[in-house]
Design a protein around this ligand. Sequence first.
Ligand SMILES: [Zn+2]
Length: 390
Amino acid sequence: VPLRLQIFTHVRGAGRAARADITRALGVSAGSVTPAVAELIAMGLLREVEEPARDPGRDGARGRPPVALEVVPGTRPVVGVKLGADRHTAVLTDLSGAMLAEAALPASAGRRPAARLLDETAALIDRLLAAAGRPACDLAGLGLGLAGLVDHHAGRVAWSPLLTEREVDLRAFAEARFGLPVQIDNDANLLTLAELWFGAGRATSDFVVVTIEQGVGMGLVLGGRLMRGTRGMGMELGHTKVALDGALCRCGRRGCLEAYVADYALAREAATALALDRPLPPAQALEALFAAARAGDGAAREIFDRARRYLALGLSNVVQIFDPALIILSGERMRYDYLCAEAVIAEMAALGLPQGRPPARVEVHAWGDLAWARGAAALALAAVTEALLG
Ligand SMILES: [Zn+2]
């Protein structure tokens, strides 16, 4: 990794850093840091700021205040977009990751051709730029995230619940449409990138993010790097098998974890448990089922208990294989109320090896769509930074 990229990444992560801090943190000589910093300043990426004196009463009168470096605010803005089933969310951030504006639009229902999905994306970006008062020509990049089987490296969507087509070269389509460098990834990886850049990643270099939205997704960070696998598809925890000849999954196979814990799976059982005349949309079915469980309905309770045990089984397998320091359960707050995170954590610990390891730390981060969009922005930022300095 070139030194100037290492320096930029360090300053961006720290918020502010003096030259001496950079030299120490990167373990390089001051003589090599000085010209690289000068180059970054000349490129308009870093600037010098005066650090407020820590003890003004004693030091304030003497000499120059200490100088630190920071990323120039507002520079090289990128757009991060999370395309969702119900709505699309976007953020505009500068190269430091600071958020400049946000916007959202309702999504059209069901699946649509890729061209229509990009029409919706264009409308959202227009709204975002209007909110920020910035022209489209300012933009340095675009990150797009959506659910499904997304090959980040190839820029291709093999399958997504949002798209009618399969095997779509979404990155190339979007680059032609917007005239910008575009990166795409699945939504679980976005949330993991958001944690890596702006959240848990600042304190931990090995962690797992598990998302429960329409399906079950997972992001894995080892040694401070997001692992996507050889084919760039990411970790498909939702389609790991937890039963042979088990429940039918959306993917067409049987016994996937998703087929026991995702909302469509619970809604499927709700129709029978609640003796509904006709099936409700998944969100409504889930609410009705949760209300019945709280009111003491045995069948409804059993459905949630079972989902919780399967989720714990899936998480326990992740812990046995990767031994992460931290597991972050992420997604809408509601889902964890349904599944009762405390009970999942207790069940997971009970399934782990009885000796040797303390159980992994588990945190529930119930963030909104904005976190996913910020992850999409981080995806674009990483590419823009690499292109500028790599
Ligand atoms: Zn499956």
